[in-house]
Design a binder for this molecule. Structure first.
Ligand code: SF4
Length: 297
C-alpha cells in the first residue's frame, strides 16, 4: 500500500506545490517495487525539496546545501546493497552542487538523482535558479534574469550518467514509472522532474508545462549519445518527457573499483572477533602521533 510509506510529520509545502505530486509518486513507486525501508535511503540537501526525507518512511538524511550527492555517494559506497535516491532542487544540484552533479556522472555510481526543477529558489523567496531561462522575469525578480540557463539533461548526458529521464510532477502515473526505471537502473540515473512552484514562479506553471509536454512514445532509449543529444537539442516549444537515454554496457563505479567490491565493501567487513573489536590500537594511535607537534616553549 502506497500510504504505508507516509510519515506522521506535518507537510510544510505551500498548498498546490508540485512537490505533493513528487512525494505521492515516490510512495507509489516504492510500493510497487516493494522497497524495504531499512534498505532504501533518501538523501536531500537544502530547499523545499530538502524536506522530502521527513515525509517518506524509509531511511533518510537531510544534509547540507549542495552536498546531497557526496553524502549519497558515501552511503552507497559503504553499503552497495542499499538503494540510494537523491532529492534536490535545481538550485541545490546545479548551483552550489554542480561539481558533485558532474562527478557522479563520471563515476556512474548506482544512485538515482531526482531534480525538483521549478526554476527558482523557492525556500529563499524565489530568486532565479540555474534552470531559469535568460530574460525571464518571475514575480519575485525586480528585473529579468540576465544569466543563461543550464540544460540539465544534456549536462547529465555529457557528464556520463547512464540513465536519463524527465517527467512532470502533476502526472503521477508517468512520474511513478520514471522513478521505478531510475531505481532499477544499475548506474548513475538522472530524473528531471518539472515541478510548478505556485508561490514564486508565475511563468512555468502547471498550464505552461501541460501545453508543451510531449511524451516520448515509441522511442528506444538505448541509443547513441549523439542521437540523444540531437533529439534534446531540437526541443523548441515542446518539452520531451519519458525515458530518454539508457546505457547498460558501461561498468558502474563499484565494478570499476575492483572485482568483488560489493562482497568486500565496508559494510561487509567484520568489525569484531570473539567479542573484541578488530582494531590494532597501537597502530591506530601511532598514526595520530605522527602528526603531533610539540609546542616550542
Ligand atoms: Fe513549493 Fe514553491 Fe512553496 Fe517551495 S515555495 S513549497 S517550491 S510552492
Amino acid at each position: 500500500m502506497a500510504r504505508e510509506y507516509g510519515t506522521e510529520n506535518w507537510i510544510e509545502w505551500c498548498p498546490g506545490c508540485g512537490n505533493f505530486g513528487i512525494v505521492s509518486s515516490l510512495y507509489r513507486a516504492f510500493s510497487e517495487l516493494e522497497m524495504e525501508p531499512e534498505k532504501t535511503v533518501l538523501v536531500s540537501g537544502i530547499g523545499c525539496s530538502g524536506k522530502m526525507p521527513h515525509y517518506v518512511d524509509v531511511s533518510g538524511v537531510h544534509t547540507l546545501h549542495g552536498r546531497a550527492i557526496p553524502f549519497a555517494s558515501g552511503v552507497k559506497m559503504a553499503n552497495p546493497d542499499l538503494d540510494v535516491i537523491v532529492n534536490g532542487g535545481d538550485g541545490d544540484l546545479l548551483g552550489i552542487g554542480a561539481g558533485h552533479f558532474v562527478a557522479l556522472g563520471r563515476r556512474n555510481l548506482d544512485v538515482l538523482v531526482m531534480m525538483h526543477d521549478n526554476r527558482v529558489y523557492g525556500l529563499t523567496k524565489g530568486q532565479a535558479s540555474p534552470t531559469l531561462p535568460r530574460e525571464t522575469q518571475t514575480k519575485a525578480l525586480d528585473s529579468p534574469n540576465i544569466q543563461d540557463a543550464l540544460e540539465p539533461l544534456p549536462l547529465a548526458l555529457i557528464s556520463g550518467y547512464t540513465h536519463l529521464s524527465r517527467s512532470f510532477a502533476m502526472d503521477s502515473d508517468h512520474l511513478k514509472e520514471m522513478i521505478k526505471k531510475g531505481i532499477e537502473h544499475d548506474g548513475a540515473a538522472f530524473l528531471d522532474v518539472l515541478q510548478p512552484c505556485v508561490t514564486y514562479n508565475d511563468i512555468h506553471t502547471s498550464e505552461y508545462f501541460k501545453e508543451r509536454i510531449e511524451k516520448l512514445n515509441d522511442w528506444d532509449p538505448e541509443k547513441d549519445k549523439n542521437e540523444v543529444y540531437e533529439k534534446l537539442d531540437r526541443e523548441t516549444d515542446k518539452i520531451l518527457t519519458g525515458e530518454i537515454y539508457k546505457d547498460t554496457d558501461k561498468p558502474s563505479f563499484s565494478e570499476r573499483l575492483s572485482e568483488g567490491y560489493k562482497e568486500k565493501s565496508p559494510s561487509q567487513r567484520p568489525i569484531e572477533e570473539d567479542g573484541a573489536p578488530i582494531l590494532d590500537k597501537e597502530k591506530f594511535v601511532s598514526k595520530f602521533e605522527e602528526f603531533v607537534v610539540e609546542p616550542e616553549l
